[in-house]
Design a protein around this ligand. Structure first.
Ligand code: ADE
Ligand code: ZN
Ligand code: ZN
Length: 266
């Protein structure tokens, strides 16, 4: 996601943090800011372009070498890669943040990496190798020539928010989660989540997002999305996927941080 999507996810997560989690995450981030979560959520996207942060570039995605739009799948052994991926990064930074022996600088990076990567994991094209996660699929959006990855990271999210701030948009999504608008029970979103099985938990979330590549993002094939302006019919047909994935990412990030700090999801 772009900065706005990450900030939205962080604000949703923040509203689910238990008091002890808030204290621990503020401490890890060394932040007194009101928007301590949103403020930390975009750091990983600037860090990846620095010399010392280069190692983290593959941590923003898992390049599922499946065959969309025919079949979608994520296989950890096949797809994670020798330099790591979003799934291995989330597993690794979860154990660093869980370990009371981790040094303050390590905890800080672990916290801001987790806030960012759990978000990215929920963007369907961050779980897909085809054309570099859709970066190589040229599309038109609202009259501008761009690519499919970018419209899922940014354009669809910003059209959804309709000019609201990330905080206000997150509030709107949180109200919808609490009203049961997405599922009969959003606790199903964290069903089975466990620190004893971090890899299995994170893979479940990666597979769910990757599944949308076949059923929604590339429905009709690459040729179909390369035609016409996607801010119209395509947006109308798919905005609900972006909406539920932002909501899930925020809800799960909150529950995950609660689990790390308190042993309970909420
Ligand atoms: N670069 C290569 N694959 C990518 C993906 N799935 N998402 C974002 N950037 C990428
Ligand atoms: Zn992206
Ligand atoms: Zn990212």
């Amino acid at each position: 996601w772009g900065g706005f999507g990450h900030q939205t996810i962080a604000w949703i997560a923040q509203s689910y943090l238990l008091p002890a989690t808030e204290t621990a995450i503020r401490d890890a981030l060394d932040s007194q800011l009101v928007d301590y979560m949103a403020n930390a959520s975009t750091w990983a996207d600037s860090y990846r372009y620095t010399e010392s942060g280069k190692f983290s570039r593959p941590f923003h995605y898992i390049d599922a070498n499946d065959d969309p739009p025919t079949t979608c799948s994520v296989d950890y052994e096949r797809d994670c890669g020798d330099d790591g991926c979003s799934v291995s990064a989330i597993v690794n930074y979860t154990s660093i943040l869980s370990d009371s022996d981790s040094s303050p600088p390590l905890r800080k990076d672990a916290a801001r990496f987790l806030i960012h990567f759990i978000g990215d994991l929920h963007q369907p094209l961050h779980d897909e190798a085809l054309e570099g996660g859709g970066n190589g699929i040229n599309v038109t959006y609202d009259g501008d020539e761009t690519n499919l990855h970018h419209i899922w990271d940014t354009e669809i999210v910003e059209q959804l928010a309709a000019g609201a701030s990330a905080e206000a948009f997150a509030k709107n999504l949180t109200v919808s989660i609490k009203a049961g608008e997405f599922d009969w029970d959003s606790t199903t979103w964290v069903k089975g989540a466990s620190l004893n099985m971090t890899l299995a938990t994170v893979m479940t979330w990666a597979r769910e997002a990757n599944g949308y590549v076949c059923t929604e993002v590339l429905k009709g094939g690459v040729d179909a999305v390369e035609e016409g302006d996607l801010s119209g019919k395509y947006y109308g047909a798919h905005f609900d996927v972006a909406r539920v994935q932002l909501a899930r990412a925020g809800f799960r990030l909150g529950a995950w941080l609660n689990l790390i700090v308190t042993g309970k999801m909420g």
